[in-house]
Design a protein around this ligand. Structure first.
Ligand SMILES: *[C@@H]1O[C@H](CO)[C@@H](O)[C@H](O)[C@H]1NC(C)=O
Ligand SMILES: *[C@@H]1O[C@H](CO)[C@@H](O)[C@H](O)[C@H]1NC(C)=O
Ligand SMILES: *[C@@H]1O[C@H](CO)[C@@H](O)[C@H](O)[C@H]1NC(C)=O
Ligand SMILES: *[C@@H]1O[C@H](CO)[C@@H](O)[C@H](O)[C@H]1NC(C)=O
Length: 667
């Protein structure tokens, strides 16, 4: 019940009662105007709180309306109004002490074997049997030594045999630092080629806001790197005097930033969140002279950090492990390289009429847009378009080309040809989100086969001028490594993206599941649309939540009463696994206790994300937001865990967290 709760009384209180309750000066309680009431109502009204039982945090909310006719007369009597009516509500303005949920109490009783306190040995048994931790169960942040936990939680380091009370046990379980929901170490094999990983990728990494008029800056680049983003995109244009290189979003009003500033920031922050390689994707609109200048700047700025490939046509990409602490350049090769045989054959097919079938309206759309060069609707992402008007200067370009580890290309002609796997050469292909969706519909298997060896990058469509994002799952299901997102953006898609890259210790590289990397005996590959048997059922229990009472003001959610929280939980994954549900609404509680359980049968748990969003129910308006998080399902640590929540922009709240339980039931 949003707004006002617990309507208790609707009565005319005798003046005497009011007098004693309102002995203080109530001018501060005077209501000047009330929403929904006409202005100048011609009577005075007051509203406020009267403490009833301060010790237990109980107060009376009152609303007094002075009887208009009686007002003048009353003033002559003891300066008191006589009142037409009065509404009162009780309001809890403090919270009761929180109790551990029944299952936590039961677990304590069971493992403390009926005692008042739990020993380290008993806690170890609990960690092994309920939390799936302990000897050989796989390390995680919380797989700490039981004795260390007991000492840490109880602050009784000096005792020879520390013991844990129920309160200590509950405090431990509900601490997201000591008992987090996912593992925090890099635990996947990092020795496979780059194409075997999903890589945390930014789009137009230099923009501070929207795609049309925001400032370009090195600050969003730094923020992205601090978050673990591993692919930074720079859009290079000549400055107006054509003798230097600026980073900006071409054909828009974004104000440029000098490339050298971006490169220096990348150098400084590249490895603050992860030791694994940072890939710079360059969108190149430069003359050969300026390309040479960029090559020199890159070489000088990064020095030994820069990885330069031994050969121009790699058969396989190096591994993240081999490229630790290295910077990698990815862009289209300079012009003359494009004229090699492979590309020519693609060009030749460009006007085959079957293009129409493959691309449909997409081609028509592009043809129109390209005639209107200055149109803001112009396809935004041109890094690979190959529409250079530069003349060739092989010597100047060779230095630039030498830096390119991941060669990029844009689809030319038929999609099927672009997705052809070349056994002698790996490359990167870029598709817009719409093209990817089309390709997924008609060439699903070709996409999966392509991404087994090559890198596929997907970028937001040009009309997302507000820096919004798209749903990343279609791309992941087809093995696309670089799903480029506007990291300064907002919205649920970005929450999913951030949740996805919490996996593998948040290092920015997440190993693709094996089924996306292997083909069957007859060349058949993973089909995201196929119905597969359920592999495991994820059981999710939401016990309770806490922290809003310290992180929010008392009136943030409801002005007159404590909030009415509920939690939405759901799975984002392959279509068969996508499901959502929600808890009951708990009314008027800062510390809601739900004890609700949900079951999610999963056919492809490898690609499933569990999303959680707390809302505050409002009868009259849109529900308020109370926190969110998103967790990779296979990284979930089973057992009772404290799940920290984040705000809309993805910043962690200081104290808001849920107490939850995760359990996997194999099929
Ligand atoms: C372009 O860059 C050069 C070299 O840094 C600089 O001298 C020139 O002033 C710049 N032009 C503009 C318009 O900023
Ligand atoms: C494609 O079109 C160009 C001119 O538009 C023409 O010269 C060329 O022969 C065409 N190629 C094919 C394969 O139709
Ligand atoms: C155009 O594509 C169709 C269908 O793929 C093919 O049958 C035809 O031979 C192609 N024509 C040319 C000129 O390449
Ligand atoms: C939602 O969860 C409740 C409680 O576990 C369950 O009874 C209900 O069937 C679920 N609804 C859906 C659509 O899964």
């Amino acid at each position: 019940m949003g707004g006002i709760t617990l309507l208790l009384l609707w009565l005319l209180l005798p003046v005497g009662v009011m007098r004693c309750a309102l002995s203080a000066d109530r001018e501060s309680d005077r209501v000047a105007e009330l929403l929904g009431q006409p202005a100048n109502v011609g009577f005075a009204q007051y509203a406020g709180y009267v403490a009833v039982d301060a010790a237990h945090g109980r107060a009376l909310f009152y609303w007094l309306v002075e009887a208009a006719a009686a007002a003048a007369e009353a003033e002559e009597e003891e300066g008191m109004g006589s009142y037409k009516y009065c509404m009162c509500f009780t309001r809890k303005f403090r919270w009761s002490e929180t109790q551990p949920p029944p299952e936590v109490r039961a677990a304590f009783a069971a493992y403390a074997e009926g005692g008042a306190a739990m020993s380290a040995a008993q806690l170890r048994r609990f960690l092994g049997e309920v939390q799936g931790e302990g000897a050989g169960a796989g390390a995680g942040a919380g797989d700490a030594d039981a004795e260390w936990i007991v000492r840490r939680v109880c602050g009784r380091a000096h005792l020879a045999k520390p013991l844990m009370t129920l309160e200590d046990f509950y405090a431990y379980l509900f601490s997201d630092k000591l008992n987090p929901p996912i593992r925090s170490q890099v635990h996947q094999d990092m020795n496979a080629p780059l194409s075997h990983y999903f890589i945390y990728t930014g789009h137009n990494s230099y923009l501070t806001g929207n795609q049309l008029s925001s400032e370009c800056s090195n600050v969003p680049i730094i923020k992205a790197l601090q978050r673990g983003v591993r692919v930074i995109e720079l859009d290079m244009w000549p400055n107006s005097t054509k003798d230097n290189v600026d980073i900006l979003h071409g054909r828009t009003l974004t104000t440029p930033v000098e490339i050298i500033k971006c490169l220096r920031s990348i150098k400084e922050y590249a490895f603050c969140a992860s030791p694994y390689p940072v890939i710079i994707t360059l969108e190149d609109h430069l003359t050969p002279a300026l390309q040479a200048k960029v090559a020199e700047m890159i070489a000088q700025t990064f020095g030994d950090m820069l990885y330069c490939p031994q050969t121009q046509s790699m058969k396989e990409f190096p591994s993240p492990e081999a490229l630790k602490y290295r910077i990698i350049i990815s862009t289209k090769p300079p012009k003359e390289f494009l004229e090699s045989k492979a590309y020519k054959s693609d060009d030749r097919k460009e006007n085959n009429s079957s293009d129409e079938e493959d691309w449909g309206k997409e081609i028509a759309y592009r043809a129109i847009a390209e005639n209107e060069e200055d149109s803001l609707n112009h396809e935004q992402d041109e890094e690979d378009s190959g529409d250079d008007d530069s003349s060739h200067n092989i010597r100047q370009n060779s230095e630039y080309r030498r830096l390119i580890t991941i060669q990029a290309g844009k689809p030319k002609g038929r999609l099927r040809d672009s997705l052809k796997v070349d056994p002698d050469r790996v490359k990167r292909l870029s598709l817009s989100e719409q093209k990817l969706e089309k390709a997924a519909a008609s060439h699903s298997a070709d996409l999966v086969r392509f991404t087994q060896k090559n890198i596929l990058r997907v970028y937001p469509k040009g009309t997302r001028v507000t820096s919004s994002n798209y749903r990343p799952l279609v791309a992941w299901m087809h093995g696309a490594q670089m799903v480029a997102f506007n990291m300064q953006g907002y919205g649920r898609s970005l929450w999913l993206m951030k949740g996805f890259y919490k996996a593998n210790g948040g290092c920015g590289y997440v190993k693709k599941p094996d089924f996306l990397l292997t083909s069957g005996p007859n060349g058949e590959v993973f089909d995201p649309k196929a119905t597969m048997p359920v592999k495991t059922t994820l059981k999710v229990k939401v016990y309770m939540g806490d922290g809003w009472r310290t992180d929010f003001s008392q009136t943030h959610f409801d002005t007159y009463s404590p909030p009415d929280f509920y939690t939405r939980v759901g799975i984002a994954g392959v279509p068969a696994d996508t499901r959502r549900n929600k808890t009951r609404i708990i009314e008027d509680e800062w510390v809601p206790v739900w004890n609700d359980e949900f079951r999610f049968p999963l056919t492809v748990p490898e690609l499933a994300l569990l999303w959680i969003e707390v809302r505050e129910y409002d009868m009259s308006e849109k529900d308020d937001f109370g926190g969110q998080t998103c967790l990779p399902v296979l990284e979930l640590r089973p057992g009772i865990r404290a799940v920290p929540l984040y705000d809309r922009k993805g910043r962690k709240y200081k104290s808001v967290r849920l107490l939850m339980r995760f359990e996997f039931v194999p099929h």
